[in-house]
Ligand binder design. Structure first.
Ligand code: ADP
Ligand code: ADP
Length: 227
């Protein structure tokens, strides 16, 4: 069964803007889906609806059940924004620990997992530095580690690399793909870059604005040569 299903989901904001109209989508296990389209086509709105950060005006968003019978919820979702939104007063380690801390896990208990995700994103040697000492690309790596530390089944990324220079962006795209291949979570990746969507995803959901809506879906079964 799909991890999450959208059925005819629409979002109209209080000011009357129809940001998203009638979106339907099944996101399966180990999918890497891109939402591709120009500014204003509802990509962020769709992602925020899936994340539960905003409520739909109509339609249905259904999560698959986990083994424990619980609905997929917070801890099974990771979210990465374009701004890394790190706590400046906390070391890299403590920034990544935060979601586990909020779930009641002590620093010691969380240490093995935090260490492991820092390794995953290539930041093993930076656990004890503060965010201000890091480049933009490295801050983004911290943000990805923080999103993955709870081992979510679905990682939502809202134009994560758009503010980075091209070399950094290419490197992050490569590394994100390797991590995704190895760890088998699903990804929904918002971008207005055709390059990124083709390089990264196995499904491209093409969207258009006014009103925001899906106009096509492209499946890439034999993906672009990866790695
Ligand atoms: P994208 O991520 O593709 O750039 P958005 O989902 O951010 O698109 O926005 C889709 C449309 O909804 C745009 O016209 C945008 O201005 C509008 N919109 C987004 N957020 C709000 C809001 N909080 N209130 C009113 N309109 C909004
Ligand atoms: P992005 O394109 O990176 O998604 P936006 O500029 O579309 O960023 O949106 C930034 C924030 O402003 C979002 O929280 C969005 O919901 C809100 N927003 C966007 N457009 C409008 C709007 N027309 N009216 C009110 N809020 C908006």
């Amino acid at each position: 069964p799909p991890l999450v299903s959208l059925r005819q989901v629409s979002k109209r904001f209080a000011n009357g803007t129809l940001a998203l109209q009638g979106m339907s989508l099944d996101c399966g296990e180990h999918d890497f889906i891109s939402f591709l389209g120009p500014s204003g086509c509802g990509k962020s709105t769709a992602l925020r609806l899936i994340a539960g950060l905003t409520r739909s005006s109509s339609g249905e968003i259904a999560w698959s059940r986990t083994n424990s019978g619980a609905s997929t919820s917070d801890r099974e979702l990771g979210f990465v924004f374009q701004e890394p939104t790190l706590m400046p007063w906390a070391k890299v380690f403590d920034n990544v620990w935060l979601p586990l801390k909020l779930a009641g896990m002590s620093r010691d208990a969380a240490a093995p997992v935090v260490t492991q995700v820092l390794e995953m994103v290539g930041l093993s040697r930076f656990a004890d530095v503060y965010p201000r000492e890091l480049s933009g690309g490295m801050k983004m790596r911290v943000s990805i580690a923080r999103a993955l530390v709870t081992r979510p089944r679905l990682l939502l990324m809202d134009e994560p690399f758009a503010a980075l220079d091209e070399m950094t962006r290419i490197k992050l795209n490569n590394d994100l793909l390797s991590i995704w291949r190895e760890h088998r979570f699903s990804v929904i990746f918002v971008t207005h870059s055709v390059y990124e969507s083709v390089y990264l995803s196995n499904r491209i959901v093409v969207m258009a604005p006014r009103p925001g809506r899906v106009v096509d879906e492209i499946r890439i079964d034999e993906p672009y040569p990866r790695g």
